[in-house]
Design a protein around this ligand. Structure first.
Ligand code: AMP
Ligand code: GLY
Length: 423
């Protein structure tokens, strides 16, 4: 079967690498892809949000399965679009329909879902411009720090954590009245601040059965010691050492099972990956957010630990036969370290030549913001390369991640030297 992957980051290159190992996968197409995906697959110059162009490519390349990497096309309803088209009958889509994608597309929807199904999460209230003054009063009754979340998608920037009350009230006004995050902040969720260590759980479901994938922990801040601005993710590790069997059981019983049952009870069909952002407060897990896709760079440590044929699992997901599947994992530790452009996550330059790639052998080096330009590979994004290592310990895995990066260079290249520092 021919597979079509939407997206162009490290996550999509990892999917391309893993699916490419399956005898069930004939040819892979990626849109827009990057210099890494181009080595094994065919890149198509298509914007994943251009559904009509995606449709054409599915027909032209005889695609049997569409794997949607990022959230935006799912939230915009790409699955529904394909399902509604008679000419695309039988095309399997990995990634949920619009209704389920609202779990990521609207924080308020996700909060209401959790409340309805008694899934532990921070206490909250939501406000619009019409209730701005109530929101300010609500903030005044809470204690610092104040957590403000734009309801809609804001490219990972829609969450503000503020120490000072008057600043929080001013930001609330700016979000609601001045549309600081555009229409995404027409509704704002104000949450109780939870203090603890974060981790992520991943579930693949066909809407009836589900399999758990390995958990991971990512490092979101640009600076060492988890300081500075938030990024898309600077590195990740899997498994998460502080997840004891007892804590894992709490995650299963209090969060994963009620989430899957909640989807059934609410009649929300879901075919694809559920990425549950969690925080461990004391000994208890709470949900920070739901995503309806895999994480990036979490995918770069989760997929390398799956021994099973991912194509077989995705086929079963699309055909709703996941119940019959068994997943086997590699017990080894996987780590990934992201090399980013100088200046990222603020303004950065693109088009810098990446040198040393020819010296990389037998390494899991996943491309993110890279582009082939003739014989050269150049940077084309903030996050550029994700270097994954595997080993029997986190230290030996990290040593491999860093050894690969030490052979590579581009002007302004930056990466965190302390991934896993807190574990
Ligand atoms: P999100 O976009 O929902 O993942 O939020 C971004 C980051 O903000 C999370 O990864 C957390 O580090 C932090 N965060 C979100 N909600 C809370 C909360 N209620 N308490 C503490 N930190 C939070
Ligand atoms: N690494 C966080 C995300 O993919 O949302």
């Amino acid at each position: 079967m021919n597979v079509f992957i939407l997206g162009g980051g490290g996550r999509e290159h990892t999917f391309c690498w893993k699916l490419g190992q399956s005898p069930l996968c004939t040819e892979i197409f990626v849109a827009p892809g990057n210099a890494g995906t181009q080595q094994k697959a065919t890149n198509l110059p298509i914007d994943p949000m251009n559904f009509e162009a995606v449709r054409q490519a599915i027909l032209t390349h005889n695609i049997g399965m569409l794997v949607v990497g990022p959230e935006a096309p799912l939230v915009a309803g790409i699955h529904d679009f394909i399902k509604a088209d008679k000419a695309l009958e039988g095309v399997l889509v990995i990634g949920p329909e619009k209704l389920a994608a609202t779990l990521e597309g609207s924080k308020e929807f996700a909060k209401e879902f959790m409340q309805r199904h008694q899934i532990p999460t921070a206490k909250y209230a939501s406000f619009t411009a019409a209730t701005l003054e109530d929101g300010k009063t609500f903030l005044a009754a809470m204690s610092a720090p104040y957590v403000l979340k734009a309801d809609g998608l804001a490219a990972g920037k829609g969450v503000l954590i503020i120490e000072d009350l008057s600043e929080a009230q001013a930001e609330l006004e700016s979000m609601l009245v001045n549309e600081k995050f555009g229409t995404a902040s027409q509704t704002v969720v104000i949450e109780e601040f939870l203090s603890g260590i974060e981790l992520s759980a991943f579930v693949l479901t066909d809407g009836k059965a589900a399999v758990n994938l390995p958990m991971a922990k990512d490092y979101k801040r640009i600076g060492e010691g988890d300081t500075g601005l938030n990024t898309g993710g600077m590195g990740a590790v899997s498994p998460v050492p502080f997840v004891t069997p007892e804590f894992e059981k709490k995650i299963q019983d209090r969060i994963i099972t009620p989430t899957l049952e909640g989807l059934q009870k609410d009649k929300i069909p879901f075919q694809g990956f559920i990425f549950i952002g969690l925080i461990k407060v004391g000994e208890d897990p709470f949900v920070i957010e739901y995503n309806v896709r895999m994480g990036d760079p979490e995918t770069e440590v989760v997929l390398p630990r799956i021994e099973s044929d991912l194509m077989e699992l995705l086929l079963a997901t699309g055909k709703q036969t996941l119940q019959s599947q068994h997943l086997s994992f590699d017990e080894q530790v996987a780590t990934t370290v992201m090399a980013v452009s100088g200046g990222y996550p603020e303004a950065y330059e693109k088009g810098k030549e990446i040198t040393g790639l020819e010296a990389i052998e037998n390494s899991l080096l996943f491309h993110a913001g890279t582009q082939q330009e003739g014989s050269r590979v150049v940077t084309s994004g903030g996050r550029v390369l994700s270097s994954t290592g595997k080993g029997s310990t986190m230290e030996s895995a990290l040593a491999k991640s860093y050894a690969t990066l030490s052979k590579l260079d581009f002007e302004g290249m930056n990466y965190r030297k302390d991934i896993g520092f807190d574990l």
